[in-house]
Design a protein around this ligand. Structure first.
Ligand code: PRX
Length: 642
């Protein structure tokens, strides 16, 4: 582990929202000692409320309410309230499409777009309490659709455009959604991603969907089903730009975002309104040290939680100019990100370790072609960042002058929970450093007993925080078991971590059957279920294998049914099959065919052993419960390229 420490420069600290360790500690202590007062004061100062709440929080473990009785609206906070300020004509969304097209949408313009589209949704009979699926490319209308839903109290669920029709269907069905908001397609590496076709395929068994609204983005031919499908521009053509924001309870469901868990079925993580918005807004200041004049760019896709909290809700609630880019970082060349940074004079840049490693590999000549001196702060999210990538990011992209905020959080946490406040906290490459105010992490064993500093254990959180998930959609039992039942009475993150002598947290990775590929969460079970749906597959076990760029890669061990199979051909077919069942980003890197899988005597697949095999090619741990040691010997003697 790198021992380098980077302290904030006096120049950076002097202008920061939180300018010193003392200031950080004071905030942290206030939140810890009197959370009610701390969050209550912030909610009053930072958000607009139609009516004030009765209680800051109500904690009936494992269920929590924040600002209960308070009446607010997320869209109103992100858009309307800026219109009476100098932000009225400020650029809210600064967008670039992959082909190079560009739009600058002011807060005033955003208000018009959102209000009109909200009226369009009303026109289709949608109302508060309904659910909408958003399956769109990274175009401003994706944010407009989210905000229009929020405006009316329609709970949205954004499905990443890389998910397949099958995955989309499962989400529509689980949510019993009434509408899909989509586009003909989007651009990715110069090719069209045909979204409407996938929607058509997914809708065969989705009786709850009565409307599909289609944005014209690529202009390609799509099938439109009369009565059900309508074009975005036609639907809103003659509609008014006046549509008041619906006053909603602070606990009104804002969105559901599906993420992978330890079973084959994705979990619909439910986030509500007031608390979520407050913590997303506060972290824009605490972590990104946002200033009024900044151009801020988070490169995530809005299909993931990072896009929700740090492209749309956090930045817009904080009145920022948020950059949105449609396409791939390497299209048409490896300098696309740096070209955009130079062009828009980006000050804050937030991306994933995978992107950093991929761009690092292409060499320094790409960033060197551009003037990156506008950058003031860099961020990292989604997976642990290795110190070598950190140092490169710091030196080559940040010119040695920009702090890097390594932000630890999860879909479930809604907002960043462990990260440095860059004007206050000295950085150690690879560590998320210290917790945000109101966050009480600890490293414990399974009995909930704290482990010594420096020792690895489970990362847990002791107290509910405002942007915490409220439930798993339709499955409170799973919510309780998964998050609050593993270690009695505390939130179980599913991550292993250690705390060093300075109290810094080092998150090491997942302890459950969840893989992290390019910062995307994938469940081993989900891929296994997809594999066994293939007629040739008898059984499958999936593990994450260390990968230089994507952190982990999907490695599948497969046993086949009786028959004569061409392994090379079938391997390719199975990779493609998983892509079709889940999405191209889940496509396995490797398929290994095997006669048998290592199992316990009770028949449970020992994935731990498989993980060891793909990591170190040997097995060192306890194998006393293994049924057939021969399986392991045979698997371990296989080489990666078998
Ligand atoms: O394992 C942790 C890892 O990503 C998981 C959460 O994934 P997801 O819900 O998809 O959200 C990703 C974006 C917030 C965590 O349980 N993770 C996320 N950020 C970091 C991280 N691991 C180490 N360092 C991080 N900064």
């Amino acid at each position: 582990m790198s021992e380098n420490v980077y302290s904030p420069t006096p120049e950076f600290s002097s202008r920061a929202h939180v300018p010193s360790m003392d200031a950080y500690r004071a905030l942290y202590e206030q939140a810890k000692e009197d959370p009610e007062r701390f969050w209550g004061e912030l909610a009053e100062k930072e958000l607009f409320w139609f009516e004030k709440w009765k209680h800051v929080f109500e904690w009936n473990p494992p269920f929590v309410k924040w600002f209960a009785g308070g009446v607010t609206n997320a869209c109103y906070n992100c858009v309307d309230r800026h219109l009476t300020t100098a932000r009225k004509n400020k650029v809210a969304i600064l967008w670039e499409g992959e082909p190079g097209d560009q739009r600058m949408i002011s807060y005033q313009e955003l208000h018009r777009l959102v209000s009109r589209f909200a009226n369009a949704l009303k026109e289709r009979g949608l109302k508060k309490g309904d659910r909408a699926i958003i399956y769109m490319p990274m175009v401003p209308e994706a944010a407009v659709a989210m905000l229009a839903c929020a405006r009316l109290g329609i709970t949205h669920s954004v499905v990443f455009g890389g998910f397949s029709a099958e995955a989309l269907k499962a989400r529509i069905q689980d949510l019993e959604a009434a509408v899909v908001i989509t586009a003909d397609g989007g651009w990715r590496r110069g090719k069209e991603v045909r979204l409407k076709d996938a929607v058509d395929q997914s809708l065969a068994d989705c009786p709850t969907i009565h409307s599909v609204v289609v944005l014209k983005r690529t202009g390609s031919n799509v099938n439109m089903q009369a009565g059900r499908d309508c074009w975005w521009h036609e639907l809103e053509a003659n509609l008014s730009e006046v549509c008041p924001a619906e006053p909603l309870d602070s606990e009104h469901p804002l969105y559901v975002l599906y993420t992978s868990g330890t079973t084959g079925k994705p979990k619909g993580i439910l986030h509500t309104t007031g608390g979520y918005l407050l913590q997303a807004t506060m972290t824009m200041k605490w972590v990104f040290d946002l200033r009024e004049e900044d151009t801020y760019w988070c490169t995530a896709d809005i299909g993931w939680v990072t896009g929700h909290s740090y492209i749309v809700y956090g930045p817009l609630a904080a009145g920022a100019t948020t950059v949105m880019y449609e396409g791939a970082p390497d299209f048409p060349a490896f300098d696309r990100f740096w070209r955009i940074v130079e062009k828009f004079k980006v000050n804050i840049f937030y991306t994933s370790p995978t992107a950093i490693r991929a761009l690092l590999r292409q060499g320094e000549q790409w960033p060197k072609m551009h003037d990156l001196t506008s950058l003031r702060l860099l961020g990292s999210v989604g997976e642990p960042i290795n110190p070598a990538a950190w140092e490169w990011y710091h030196r080559v992209i940040g010119g040695g002058r920009c702090p890097i905020v390594d932000t630890w959080w999860q879909t479930e946490t809604g907002a960043i929970l462990i990260a440095p406040m860059p004007g206050a906290v000295p950085l150690k490459p690879g560590s998320g450093t210290l917790p945000m105010p109101g966050v009480l992490p600890e490293i414990v064993d399974l009995a909930g007993k704290p482990v010594e500093d420096g020792k690895e254990g489970f990362l847990i959180l002791r107290r509910p925080w405002p942007s915490m998930l409220r439930n798993i959609w339709g499955d409170p039992k799973r919510y309780e078991e998964q998050y609050w039942g593993r270690v009695e009475g505390v939130y179980f993150t599913g991550d292993a971590a250690r705390k060093d002598k300075d109290g810094y947290y080092w998150v090491l990775g997942r302890v459950d059957d969840v893989m992290n590929v390019s910062g995307h969460r994938l469940s081993t079970m989900e891929i296994e279920s997809a594999l066994v749906r293939h007629p040739a597959v008898a059984e499958a076990a999936v593990v994450g294998k260390p990968h230089e760029i994507t952190g982990q890669a999907v490695c599948c061990f497969v046993t086949l049914k009786k028959g004569d199979f061409d392994h090379d051909k079938l391997g390719l077919e199975l990779r493609h099959w998983v892509g079709k069942e889940i999405g191209a980003f889940a496509r396995p890197e490797e398929i290994r065919f095997t006669e048998a899988l290592p199992k316990t005597r009770s028949g449970k697949i020992m994935r731990r052993l498989l993980r060891e095999i793909v990591t170190s090619h040997t097995v060192s741990g306890d194998v006393t419960t293994l049924e057939d040691m021969g399986v392991i010997t045979r698997l371990a003697s296989q080489h990666d390229d078998d």
